[in-house]
Design a protein around this ligand. Structure first.
Ligand code: CA
Length: 233
């Protein structure tokens, strides 16, 4: 059963962006534009996590957090507050009201996803797959360790994120631009050739000796993780 995430956000673009990326991670996503809409959803479903915008029409995120914390059914649902206000005082107020974490707009998608995963890992560890496996390759998302044939592979942080990203959706071909958005973040401006450099480093680290290469270069398109790499012969 995938984890269900309720997104409460009145900015349509942002709501769509979050839905798209969370669904790509395998989550079930429900969206509401206001506290009233969220309340209707919460009558029927208790989500595993709530992403809550601070500034909403009607009741604010702070007020909603206060109410949900007081209700038995939602008292323990993790809440990540999304705030446009960078001021420390406001963030502290959000956390004091019962939010578990917060992100500040404009946030990067990888950062948001990492926070969602981290919070779910704490609140519902069974919902988050901690180990991704393919052939003799294992990536442990809890300890951030990678093993190949049982031997630990040391990766730099970017190579680790790149491998995790590719392994999440084996077979899917990602363009360099998509990898930049997903791994580096869409507010980071780096050359697309940077992707090639890091893929090269990643390959060097995980493919020792005659080990088969799980990363496929798709000419004119980008890269994919081939989950049947060790069966290629
Ligand atoms: Ca808003």
């Amino acid at each position: 059963m995938p984890a269900t995430i309720l997104v409460v956000e009145d900015e349509a673009d942002l709501s769509v962006l979050m839905r798209y990326n969370l669904e790509a991670e395998g989550f079930r996503v429900l969206t509401a534009e206001s506290g009233d809409e969220a309340a209707e959803i919460l009558q029927e479903t208790v989500p595993d996590l709530i992403l809550l915008d601070w500034m909403l029409p009607g009741l604010s995120g702070i007020e909603l957090t206060r109410r949900w914390r007081a209700r038995e059914e939602t008292a323990r649902v993790p809440i990540i507050m999304i705030t446009a206000r960078g001021e420390e005082e406001e963030r502290i107020r959000g956390l004091a009201t019962g939010a578990d974490d917060y992100v500040v707009k404009p946030f990067s998608v990888p950062e948001l996803l990492a926070r969602v995963q981290a919070l779910l890992r704490r609140s519902s560890p069974q919902l988050v797959t901690s180990v991704l496996k393919a052939g003799d390759l294992e990536l442990d998302r809890t300890s951030h360790r990678v093993r190949r044939s049982g031997r630990e592979v040391h990766l730099g942080p970017t190579e680790y994120r790149l491998l995790e990203y590719l392994m999440r959706h084996p077979g899917r071909v990602y363009s360099r631009e998509q990898l930049l958005d997903g791994v580096w973040g869409n507010d980071v401006y780096v050359d697309e050739r940077t992707v090639d450099v890091h893929v090269g480093r990643l390959r060097k680290a995980i493919n020792r000796g005659r080990a088969a290469d799980p990363i496929r270069t798709v000419r004119g398109a980008g890269y994919a993780f081939d989950e049947r790499f060790d069966k290629a012969g």
